[in-house]
Design a protein around this ligand. Sequence first.
Ligand code: ASP
Length: 413
Amino acid sequence: MNASHAGTLLWAILAGVLLGIACGAWFGEDMIAVEWLGTLFLNALKMTIVPLIVAAVISGVSSLGDVRRLGRVGAYTVLYYATTTAVAVAIGLFVVNLIEPGSGVAELSREVPESVASREPTALSDIALYMVAPNLIAAAAETQLLPIIVFALLFAAALTTVGTRGEPVIAFFDGLNETMMKIVTWIMWLAPVGIFALVAAQLGRAGGGAAFLAEIAAVGKYVLTVLAGLALHFLFLFVLLKLLAGRGVAYLGMLGRALVTAFGTASSSATLPLTMECAREAGADDRAVRFVLPLGATINMDGTALYEAAAVMFIAQAYGYDLGVAEQTIIFLTATLAAVGAAGIPQAGLVTMILVLTAVKLPLEGIGLLLAVDWFLDRFRTAINVWGDAVGTAVISSTTFERHGHEFPRRED
Ligand code: ASP
């Protein structure tokens, strides 16, 4: 997609969001009637995910040449994920300690949401077990991305060791990757209408503008705290992008379509195909795009990590618990894990929050306090999740590939 098309599409998607907010606020529940348009868009994106990820990871990793280089790129990538997620949680804890949004909200209703009540707490071993699927087809059928990526990594690593007999296989996955990316550029044109429908229907379901504003006002300080934290983390990542990759506003502009789509869909997995296309168009190294983004979309969730820490502290404050350094350290560690374990789907973070709440012995009912506004905050944290992955791609492109004698074109904005 050329730059002028990309610009037009970005404006169209933004207009879709604004129109969606206006119609949802004004017409309320009537807008649920257009939801199918949003579902159609989401389905189209989801349709591409499994073949795209398999092809992208296999062709991306096998283009690295040998397994040792994969180790090096992998180590840098994991270092980036771990550092930025830790910073996100720290920012979450910082803003929530500073603003203390939880004091004085105790009178709100508390119920354990059904999606949460039926879940067992996630243990560390669950996350490890989830990474290796006994049945790949079943994992693909349920769009469980992490086990698929683990298999694709293994497959690609093996492929680089079998010499000339592996070459046609690599060529096949290269071709498949290109073809899937082409389909994604076509689906992108559905985004303005799809996102309009998703936003309008969601706001309609929340009862329209007046009802939703009343919900927000009830926990307004909490909403502001989370948004302030996410904004700070956005800036932190932007500085990182500038310092480590020499990129800036132009890169952000190119990623705009993916970020607004993340906001519109509240799903970083569904947005992944668009994120890959946008990062590629923005000039990130193709190998980084094919490796860092799929992995990042499943395990690197800065917005979710920040949110989990802030939300749990908010619940503690609302119940009048005074959590000290020891408990906050536990929150720090478990929020990071909960974000890794969260799937890139709407409100997944709300469910993995059980891990954090149980670790510091807070009542699960506390989640009821967040329920009314969670879908709204979810959209912002999903956009930050995608931004974290996109910045990571630029950083790995420029630090790893450039440093090791590859030809990554460092474009100045
Ligand atoms: N909706 C988020 C995502 O898809 C996950 C979450 O925080 O609930 O990235």
